[in-house]
Write a protein that binds this ligand. Structure first.
Ligand SMILES: Nc1ncnc2c1ncn2[C@@H]1O[C@H](COP(=O)(O)OP(=O)(O)O)[C@@H](O)[C@H]1O
Ligand SMILES: [Mg+2]
Length: 410
């Protein structure tokens, strides 16, 4: 069977080169008895690979046992994997077979293998090297014929340095390494996966499938996906169930994407504004920083308010409702296109050259000083009259009051 056939049989979606390579390695290594170590971030689809390997091996009629090493209760992993004799520890009323005994002639998948305690790692190395193991509380070595496939999202070389993982075991497990790429690398697969999940959930919940408008597809493809395919699947399910409309726009989608970052910030500005002089680039950065800061402050206020009163979005005061809409319904794009700088106008920078990003960072650190200076000047000009100063600064009197307190300007 070729890679496409395997994808079909195991319900694997995607055409990314790295994914195809991983499947191809699994296919080629399957008929051998070599140990395989599957690495990749959480949610990338590692769990299907040991199944492929088992199914395409001569062991396919033998047992396939998947063990989540991270879920074994502390202190019991030796007994779980290798069994124990009656009376070998308190509570061991009966003798018990371990997975390596049960899976004789088959395959064991050790998921999250880096979670195994060091003492168990020693036993595991032994069974891999000699095919021999000893039940807890026994002195007799027993033979087993098991193929081991392991998976981890842990950086094992680092775990070795920190003495949490045995180097010799790593080399033994890693005879054939298979790396599973993160979702954000598989850009052309993201929408394919979304459509597949949307269809699956539509069928499961007996409702029309959701789809995305054009702009939403772009956002889907530029998002970072820290939780990878698992996260994409969960979000697709949430939207399918919660949203009433079936065509999902960009604003709705973004509400389901935590920490969504506009990664092409300069593209938010009109083409006329992106003159390539350094001073205007600096202005763009200022603008972004100011707006970011304002957003964060608004968010803090909003969250605090909600936490204190436990209100829902509909019950917010008018001003907070406005903030909520701006932040979550996406109106912030229009704000950026108007090119007004809030809360304060940025004066033209002094020097005309920016050599590198460090200098930009330094400048951004002094924003607070500039803000204080501007507030002081406005208050001076209006003889301490807050309403007038706030008007000049383009912020609400409430915000000014808060800033005066914050910077102790009284
Ligand atoms: N290429 C893919 N096509 C379809 N579904 C996938 C794909 N990769 C992963 N999944 C699904 O994503 C979820 C997470 O996969 P899983 O193997 O549990 O991730 P991992 O073990 O790497 O954390 C599972 O529901 C799995 O079926
Ligand atoms: Mg997993």
């Amino acid at each position: 069977m070729d890679v496409q056939g395997i994808k079909q049989r195991f319900g694997i979606i995607g055409n990314y080169g790295g994914l195809n390579r991983a499947i191809d390695i699994a296919r080629q290594v399957a008929p051998t008895d070599l140990s395989v170590l599957i690495t990749g971030p959480s949610g990338t689809g590692k769990e299907i690979f040991p199944q492929i390997i088992h199914q395409f091996s001569v062991r396919k009629h033998g047992q396939y046992i998947a063990v989540n090493c991270g879920a074994i209760p502390e202190g019991t992993s030796d007994s779980e994997l290798f069994g124990h004799e009656k009376g070998s520890f308190t509570g061991a009323h009966e003798s018990r077979k371990g997975y390596f005994e049960v899976a004789d002639g088959g395959t064991i998948f050790l998921d999250e293998v880096a979670e195994l305690p060091l003492s168990t790692q020693v036993r595991l190395l032994r069974v891999l090297e000699t095919g021999e193991y000893i039940r807890v509380g026994s002195s007799k070595a027993q033979k087993t014929n098991v193929r081991v496939v392991a998976a981890t999202n842990v950086d094992i070389p680092k775990a070795i340095q920190e003495s949490k993982f045995r180097e010799d075991l790593f080399y033994r497990l890693n005879t054939v390494p298979i790396q599973i790429p993160p979702l954000k690398e598989r850009i052309d697969d993201i929408y394919l996966l979304f459509k597949k999940f949307a269809n699956d959930f539509a069928e499961r919940y007996r409702m029309p499938s959701i789809s995305l408008d054009e702009e939403a597809v772009k956002v889907l493809e530029t998002y970072d996906w820290p939780g990878n395919i698992r996260q994409l699947k969960n979000i697709t399910e949430q939207i399918s169930i919660i949203e009433k409309q079936r065509v999902i726009d960009v604003y709705t989608l973004k509400r389901y994407l935590p920490d969504y970052q506009e990664i092409r910030l300069p593209a938010l500005l009109k083409s006329g504004e992106t003159s390539s002089t350094f001073s205007s680039e600096r202005e763009i950065l200022y603008k972004i920083l100011f707006e970011l800061k304002a957003d964060v402050n608004d968010l803090k206020k909003l969250v605090l308010g909600v936490m204190q009163s436990g209100v829902s979005a509909q019950d917010l005061e008018t001003e907070d409702q406005h903030v909520f809409n701006r932040l979550f319904r996406g109106a912030d794009f229009e704000v950026q296109n108007n090119a007004t700088v809030k809360p304060f106008d940025v004066k033209k920078p002094r020097e005309a050259n920016i050599q590198d990003t460090e200098e930009i960072m330094e400048e951004s650190l002094s924003i607070q000083d500039k803000e204080i200076e501007l507030i002081k000047k406005a208050l001076d000009r209006h003889h301490g009259k807050r309403k007038l100063a706030a008007d000049e600064l383009g912020i609400s009197e409430r915000t000014l009051y808060r800033k005066i307190k914050e910077y102790e300007l009284e």
